[in-house]
Design a protein around this ligand. Sequence first.
Ligand code: UD1
Length: 356
Amino acid sequence: MKLVSVVGARPQFVKLAPIARASAQAGIDHIIVHTGQHYDALLSDVFFDDLKIPAPDFTLGVGSGTHGRQTGAMLAGLDEVFEDVRPDVVLAYGDTNSTLAAAVSAVKMGIGLAHLEAGLRSFNRRMPEEHNRVLTDHASDLLLAPTLTAVEHLRREGLAEKTEFVGDVMTDVLLEVAQSAASDSAALLDHYAVRPGEYYVATIHRSENTDDPERLTKIVSGLAAAPLPVLLLTHPRLKAKADAFGIDLQQSAVRVHEPAAYPQLVGLAREAKGVITDSGGLQKEAFLLRTPCTTVRTETEWVETVDLGWNTLVADPADLSAALARPAPEPTEATPYGDGHAAESVVDVLQRRFGG
Ligand code: UD1
């Protein structure tokens, strides 16, 4: 079977790692296409290196731009790659513009399309990710759902027959990296000059939070008022918007740092008093590491983290201080995100459906 994975943005590289490994083990001809949506070394190369992902077979180098320009450039590039490779199936990951481009190009060329992380919904149509995931789900031949909540969303949209419940591949990566990162904690915390349980890790990058100067100012003030140091790992979008709006990120409790590589992020999140984020992946990683998470958004796709008490949504950044002061959550043994073997299930299903 010839499988093409299309990735382009940071969280997709994390998801690709276990898929690349499971495909190799199954003897699948796996071709990796990197759209170039993320091109900074700290958002791209370090993930390939640290997670031992084979170098991409094709790199489109589209870079940044408006949604239309960026997605359009990807479509043009992908058409050529798919024409050249003629895969049995294209695998699209998550909810970025690279996901949507992979979906549109594959269906237009009559190539089988599978969507990894299908069925997630925020029901917030102001998010670009929500358009990307809904459109991709409805274009796909196979929907690989990470949670039972996602399975239910797909059923309600009439997509049950195309759905397979496989678990969450991010759990596969997290569990493995968390084990090997265990020994390096002390050096890592020394590097960031913090002590276990006495700091927060924060990431803010979503357009709903970064692109409105008033909201971004309130978020930074909320972080600055935290009772412990806040390691703010700054995505380039946050930095660019803060510079453009004249907002100083380095205020009171906030310590500004570059984005962290994956093993370092896992180590920092595990030892932190709490995580403050608007990232989807990090909410789940915090839960798997049993670090309380505060999510600066009006809703989350990963509702299990909230239902189990380990994640709190903060719609108004003025409520951040109160959220950070809440009591520690009840311990739980729940495993809504699978057992760390989702990638093997994904590869099994792909072979069954597209292996000929
Ligand atoms: C994208 C995804 C988002 C995902 C995030 C992970 C979409 C619509 N959004 O958002 O779902 O959570 O990736 O990080 O696809 N930039 C750089 N260097 C880079 C890449 C981007 O400096 O390597 C800057 C540019 O100023 C760019 C901005 O970041 O305009 C936004 O990048 P873009 O790829 O458009 O979206 P993300 O915000 O990264």
